[in-house]
Structures are given as C-alpha cells and as structure tokens.
Ligand binder design. Sequence first.
Ligand code: ATP
Ligand code: MG
Length: 555
Amino acid sequence: MSQNETVEKPTNFIRNIIDKDLSTELHSAIQTRFPPEPNGYLHIGHAKSICLNFGLAQDYPGQCNLRFDDTNPAKEDLEYVESIKKDVQWLGFEWAGEIKYSSNYFPKFYQYAVELINKGLAYVDFLSAEETREYRGSLTEAGKNSPYRETTPAENLAHFEKMKAGEYQEGECVLRAKIDMASSFMCMRDPTIYRIKFADHHQTGTEWCIYPMYDFAHCISDAIEEITHSLCTLEFQDNRRLYDWVLDSLVDFNKPTRPHQYEFSRLNLAYTVMSKRKLHQLVDDKLVTGWNDPRMPTISGLRRRGYTPASLRSFAERIGISKVDSMTEMSILEAAVRDDLNVAAFRTMGVLDPIKLVIENYDADEIETLQAPNHPQNEDLGKRSIHFGKTLYIDRADFIETAPNKKWKRLAVGKEVRLRNAYVVLAERFDTDDAGNITTIYGTYDKDTLGKNPEDGRKVKGVIHFVEASTAQPAEFHLYDRLFTVENPVKSDNFEEVLNPNSLTVQQGFVEPGMAEAPKEQAYQFEREGYFCRDSEADKLVFNRTVGLRDTWSS
Ligand code: ATP
Ligand code: MG
C-alpha cells in the first residue's frame, strides 16, 4: 500500500492525537517504535502492538523502529532476538534503518544519570531491600526519605562511579531518582534507575555491571530515537509521570517535540494466556512441545498452525484500539483467518477417519484420472488431477447403516450420494469385525454421472469427499482445541488443572497423492473438514488444522 493512497481506516484516539500533532505542525512526520524485550517469543498481543506501531507509520508520513529493549541481561537471549525479527518481517512489516538496541545507549544512559546526579536529582542509596520496602510506604501511607537522600552530588558521583567500576556488591546500593516520597503515584517515590548486576549481556558482554531500569532507559531510548508517539499498554499509565519527569529533567530532551507516551488496552484472548512468564511456564514444564506448538498463542505457533500474516493483520484491525480492558473471543481471531483462507486456500480432499468403500461394478485393474478445480469460485487457481478406482476411502462419519431420516445427505445402505468431483455411488452392504465395527462398505457407481446429474431424474443431494485407495498418501492430521478449559486461566492457582487434556487429537488418514509435495506452511482446505496447513517441523506428511469451516466456539 502506498502512503499517498487514502484508505479509510477506522479512527481511534491515537489517530486523533496524531492528526492533531500533524495539523498543529508539532511534528511533520511521526516516528513510532516496537520495543520488545528479547526474553521470549512474540505472542498475538505483540502482533496487536506491531500492527498498531508499524501500521501507523505506513498510514501517516513516518517510520517505525524495531528496538530491542535489552536492559535486563539475566532473562534475555539471542534466540529470542532472532525469532522476533523473523516474526515482525513475516507479519509484513519493515523497520526503519538498522535494528536498534537499548544496550547501544548504555554510555548515554550513564551520561544522563550523571546529569541527574549533578543536578541533585539522583542519589546513591545504601538501604537494604527490606528497609527500602519499609521506607516506600503504601497506597494509604506516605513514604519516608532515605537517610542517603541528602548526600551531595559530588559524593553521589563518586559512589556511582564506584558502582560502575564493580566496587560494590549486587544489591549493596542503587541509584535512585530524587522525586517525591509522598507522591500518590508509587512509581514517583524515588524510583530506582540503576542497579548493579554482574551478568553477561548478549550484546555488550561484561562491559557493564550496572544496568538501567526500564522506566529510565525506555523514555531516554525513545528520546534518542526522536520517537514522536510512544505507544504502550495501560499498565504503564502511572509510569507516564516518571517518563515525563526524566525527559523534562534532561537538557537534551526538555522541549515540546520530545516523545510522549500514550496507553492503549492490551489484548487478552479467551481460553489462553498471554504473558511471557506464563508462556515460558508452558514451554519449560513441557506442557506444550515448544514456543511454536500450534496450540500456543505465539506468532510462531500461529504460523505453524496455518495462520497467515494477512489474517493476523485483519484481526488487529477488527479488534481496534481503545482504552477499555476486555477479553477478546477466540471466534474473532478464527473468523479473520477463515475469511482469508476461504479466498486464498487451495481445495483438496483428505480422509481423516478412513473406511474402505469398494465399488463392485468398477474394473479392479483400472485407475481413472479426473480433473478437479482447486477453488470452486476462482478458476484462476486452476485444476488438479485426482484418481478414481475400485477401492476408495471415505470418512467413517459419512456412512450409516440406515439413514435416520430423509434429510440424511451422506451414505447409507440403499442410498445414493455424490463423491466430490466424481460419480454418484449407491451403498449396498457392508462388513463388520467381531466387535461389530464397520470395516468395509460395498456399493456400485453410476458411470453416467460424472459432472452431471443422473439422466432419469433421480435427485442426489448429498456430496461426500473421498480419496482413491491405491494412490492415496498416508497422512497424519492434528486437530486442535482450546488449550485451556477456562476462559481466563491466569485466575486459576494451578495451571495444569485448567489445561484441556484434549487440546490435540491425532488422526491417521489419507490425502490425494499430489499432497505429498505440499509445501510446508501452505494453506489448504480439506473439503468439508476445515483449513489445514502442512506442518513445518515434521518430516512425514502432517497437516495441522488451522480452523474448522464454521464457528464452533460461540455455539
Ligand atoms: P508480556 O506481558 O507478555 O511479558 P511484555 O509487555 O513484557 O509482555 P514486551 O516485550 O515488553 O513484552 O512488549 C513489547 C511491546 O508489546 C510493548 O510495547 C507492549 O506494550 C506490547 N504488548 C505486550 N503484550 C501485549 C498485549 N497483550 N497486547 C498489546 N500489546 C502488548
Ligand atoms: Mg515488558
């Protein structure tokens, strides 16, 4: 989409703010950023934030940075950095220029901390963790000033330099902003802005043993990158005071064009969890097979499940941006992918729960090749060859001994049905095993019904799918259900108790021979069964069900 094209996008409070900032010429273009912490894989909530930040930069004159917010070396890893880059690109977005790392700004953070110390706006505090808690006060009670609060700038500077030189132990002291211990916003009660941590950093190695806190590093990173609109989720609402305080306290940034923070509500999706901590738990406790398990709400899991970039972008648009916290129904996500795949996915036939159908009036040596459209509404997608022969597989659920009523549109003894893309067949009898399970169905076909109705005016309403047995490829189907049995699993004390034991069903069946070469992650509709994609990890033929053909969640 070109920037000049005017596309009607639903407006929201952030767009209104940007419209105003552009019309008053506060900014001539916008600069946004997506600032993930590389401590896990991205999830669908991040996709909402990515679509917002990169989407605004596409719709307005402007750009969006990808910045790794990597100020906490303990939990971060390069594996996450790589996965995040891949996910953002896969979603269809391009970041402006080089990738940014907050760790690139470590020398600047240090310099700005020194500026605060020199201005008497920061001090090195030696209270113990317990004392700090005690001095902080509570929501109903003001805090108390630390005895180190009045240390002179010169002394504080010396202490801070010693912190940096590794001369104090972890936890022995911290650098705190000197704001207001009586503030009604807890985050303004002299927040810690630097702490000691003897840890290897994935970008800077052992160069630093002091690391800035999020609230100090984030606003300065935004300001260095000349971000105009810094968008984050609602839980940072109070921290906006600190964001503003830090920038207004520094000469480089105290000007009207400096960044401003705006908060929107985070995505919560029903029957799943969204916090990285909880997702880590699922992975670490092996409750799923990994970050990209197709049941995970991660971008990599959704990709492996068969979600397309367009479907996730469309989902983000459907849910919109607001300041109201809510729980989003899974059916909205599923509708988005269904709408996309209905147009885009090639049709094919697969039998998930196979049972043999033997056509007794068909020559045992013959295999016939028929042409089937790849998409019923889109001839441009072409045709494929399918096979027909004496022995076929149909789905067990498509046959019943006696039709329950006249509306039965599948096969039953004495009833006719059309085999999709092929002939009308009549079921005549069947075999059972010792337990009474049907093993093989026998019937006949009407050879004058290929692509047309029976000539004597018999009405055949039902259509079922099939594959020819001798050419069929064995395939495994993975059918997914919600991962949890409750709408909001984080409310539960024991995570494992609310996991859905039936979140994955594996079925062994057959697909058309052409599917042996199905590209990985390519979307298909197995007719009458749903949308599937070839699993990207398995060597054998495994198809993951992305979503069923109809909404089964809201019923
Ligand atoms: P989590 O809570 O899952 O650990 P986080 O906020 O710690 O996520 P970050 O890597 O810091 O994860 O997030 C990067 C960006 O994505 C932030 O701007 C954050 O506000 C946004 N984000 C994270 N989760 C959601 C969500 N559920 N909905 C919308 N935006 C989100
Ligand atoms: Mg975070």
